[in-house]
Design a protein around this ligand. Structure first.
Ligand SMILES: NC(=O)c1ccc[n+]([C@@H]2O[C@H](COP(=O)([O-])OP(=O)(O)OC[C@H]3O[C@@H](n4cnc5c(N)ncnc54)[C@H](OP(=O)(O)O)[C@@H]3O)[C@@H](O)[C@H]2O)c1
Length: 302
């Protein structure tokens, strides 16, 4: 029997909200989990049922999963932390108790085989392995960098005021795909009934760009010249420490980008045509995302 319902963890966040929207759009019954249902109700469609759940409290997950067939999960904490292991155990155990039929899990970060096994990437791989070995049909999604990162307020301010693009801290020559969170939502929903159980899928949005191409696309939206002038890794680590409130997160993220930049030049590049065809989804080319999504967000911010 086809799966027709989905429980979304992280439903109020950048990652989970588009999964809620995509599932509703496709006619699924959606239950959105949050530690603060009242605040979640303000953010999410009234068509979604909202339920309290705290991933650190295993018992709360039973109520959230009761009567559901599938769930979407990402880690809301650093993957090498003790909380991460606890959250993963809680989700897998509650999913077994409640006979869930399919788990769609995203690593949220690129951790393809060529990435060195440092704590961040090793933690993501450990999470993926635990879900794939859970005995429940599971698919792991491995996205590239998020286009949503280009909406960080300090980047918008810098681009508007100086035309300087300081992110990502990668070499000018690196060509890669980026990923729209809206596409991640559509892909996650398509994975609910596709024959992909047991697989790990690299996912991205169409269009492979280097820094010059990225600047040209941004120049069109910002209606000014844009130049790539990446932050040093030390400055990036400082900025990330500030954003996340943790020096360890800053250091680990800077290391992650350094490792990404040391990959062969054609990585991470994803065959998005094959992905779209296999899952029967329409993905958003990067230039369309820039024109439509970023353009709309910039007008919203005034
Ligand atoms: N590759 C990239 O470029 C990139 C960029 C940004 C983010 N990411 C990844 O995307 C993922 C999510 O990031 P995000 O920006 O979406 O985070 P976010 O917007 O801050 O959202 C975090 C979500 O997790 C939920 N959450 C946090 N702690 C929880 C708990 N104890 N129990 C239940 N729910 C909890 C929150 O729900 P409530 O507060 O409603 O409970 C919220 O919906 C992460 O895996 C991150 O690594 C990747």
């Amino acid at each position: 029997m086809a799966i027709d319902n989905l429980l979304v963890f992280g439903a109020t966040g950048t990652q989970g909200h588009p999964v809620v929207d995509a599932a509703l759009e496709e006619g699924f019954r959606v239950r959105a989990a949050s530690r603060n249902p009242e605040a979640a109700a303000e953010k999410l469609s009234t068509k979604a049922e909202i339920v309290y759940a705290d991933l650190l409290d295993g018992e709360s997950l039973d109520e959230a999963m009761a009567g559901m067939s599938a769930l979407f999960f990402h880690l809301p904490v650093m993957p090498d932390s003790p909380e991460a292991d606890l959250m993963i155990s809680h989700v897998i155990e509650a999913a077994r108790r409640n006979s869930l039929r399919r788990l769609v899990v995203t690593t949220g970060g690129y951790c393809g085989p060529a990435m060195p096994d440092r704590p961040f990437v090793a933690g993501l791989r450990r999470m993926a392995d635990r879900f794939l070995a859970s005995g429940i049909d599971c698919v792991v999604l491995r996205p590239t960098l998020y286009l949503a990162n280009l909406v960080w307020p300090h980047l918008i301010r810098q681009l508007r005021e100086t035309g300087r693009l300081s992110y990502p801290p990668l070499s000018r020559k690196r060509r890669m795909n980026w990923t729209a969170t809206e596409d991640q939502g559509r892909i996650a929903v398509a994975c609910l009934n596709a024959p992909v159980a047991g697989e790990t899928l690299d996912i991205a949005s169409p269009g492979v760009v280097d820094s010059a191409a990225l600047c040209r696309l941004l120049a069109k939206v910002y209606q000014r010249e844009v130049h790539f002038d990446p932050q040093s890794l030390d400055d990036f680590a400082d900025g990330m420490s500030h954003l996340s409130g943790s020096a360890d997160v800053g250091r680990q993220m800077a290391r992650f980008y350094a490792d990404l930049d040391a990959l062969p030049l054609e990585a991470p590049v994803v065959d998005t045509d094959a992905l779209a065809q296999r899952l029967g989804v329409q993905l958003t080319p990067i230039e369309v995302w820039m024109d439509e999504r970023l353009g709309a967000l910039l007008s919203l911010y005034g």
